[in-house]
Write a protein of this length. Structure first.
Length: 344
């Protein structure tokens, strides 16, 4: 079990990880300069999802593996759904890392070479268990939070309030869909921590720390780029970092600050691989082999086809939404059946 501080640190990284690239740009594509409204509504909807995850998490006695141990239809269905959910997180996480690093850091390095040290480190950490991953998150959490807050304040110099005006010009339907995307991407990774017995109040606080920083990043991007430019970048959160200047000599720090996103993705990936390892009664090497297969599929096939990458970035959010909904429905059915048997 993770400590209170480790849970807070893990939640911070998980809340933010799925926004990188496709997540953030999808919200802007829908609601443009009104994306901050989507962010606020998304946080409210996200709290509702956190409440449901916490409610059903109370039924999980010990580990999820033990909770789904009996081979009945609902348990097998939930196992499959969780496996698909973990797989999607690993797939999107690896794809985001390789795309980010190859685009902005190592332009001429093959993606497979980029992934090799990441895979080795992931296997090493997951062999040590969730507790060690929690300690890593706890150590780097203050630094990443400090950099995030500092970045927000440094960008205020180039911010323009006029970029938000006039308010509420995008259709309500698009703003609402944007809020759903925000809620799904920020709250669904909390399913990775459903084994942890965290009180609802603490879970909400943990969620708010990460999601509010995400909201401020949306406000930052809008105030710096404006309605037209924010839709042109696949990584708008990276584009605004080039605007950072400090005392007219501290600049060109975008590559340094962007490293905190790798922390978000790495913590999410490590947790997901750990959950795959613990879900089935299979040897540990199954999860590591599965990770390697996903990495090879992405680096050798997916990344060689730009059309496939764009298709994935435009659709993966809906896959997360469907899986989240089906998992919650499965938990609800299992919860109802449990109450029914208790009355008999």
């Amino acid at each position: 079990m993770l400590t209170k501080n480790q849970n807070m640190a893990m939640s911070f990284f998980l809340t933010r990880a799925l926004f990188l690239g496709g997540g953030m740009s999808s919200i802007f594509a829908l609601s443009g300069k009104d994306a901050w409204i989507s962010g606020i509504l998304g946080i409210i909807l996200g709290i509702g999802i956190i409440y449901l995850i916490n409610l059903f998490g109370k039924d999980v006695n010990g580990s999820l593996k033990r909770y789904l141990a009996k081979n009945n239809l609902i348990n097998i269905s939930l196992k499959i759904l969780f496996f698909l959910f973990y797989s999607l997180i690993i797939f999107i996480g690896i794809l985001s890392i390789t795309t980010l690093v190859s685009s902005y850091y190592l332009n001429y390095t093959p993606s497979l070479m980029i992934c090799i040290p990441i895979v080795i480190l992931l296997i090493y950490l997951t062999m040590k268990g969730t507790k060690v991953l929690g300690r890593v998150a706890q150590i780097i959490f203050p630094l990443c939070l400090f950099i995030t807050i500092t970045k927000i304040f440094l960008l205020m110099e180039t911010a323009k309030i006029s970029y938000f005006l006039p308010l509420y010009t995008y259709p309500s339907s698009k703003i609402f869909i944007g809020s759903l995307i925000f809620a799904i991407l920020s709250s669904s990774p909390f399913l990775l921590l459903i084994d942890e017995k965290v009180p609802l109040k603490q879970n909400i606080i943990n969620y708010l720390i990460g999601s509010i920083t995400g909201l401020f990043i949306i406000i930052n991007i809008t105030s710096v780029l404006g309605d037209t430019l924010l839709k042109m970048f696949s990584y708008p959160e990276y584009a605004i970092l080039r605007k950072i200047e400090f005392f007219n000599f501290f600049e060109n720090v975008e590559n340094l600050i962007a490293f905190i996103w790798l922390g978000d993705l790495f913590i999410m990936l490590g947790t997901a691989v750990n959950r795959v390892k613990n879900l089935f009664a299979k040897p540990d090497w199954f999860a590591y082999l599965y990770l390697i297969i996903i990495v090879l599929f992405i680096t050798l096939y997916v990344e060689s086809n730009f059309a496939i990458i764009m298709f994935i970035y435009n659709r993966f959010i809906y896959l997360f939404g469907i899986l989240l909904l089906l998992i919650l429905i499965g938990f609800y059915i299992k919860h109802i059946l449990k109450k029914k048997y208790e009355k008999v």
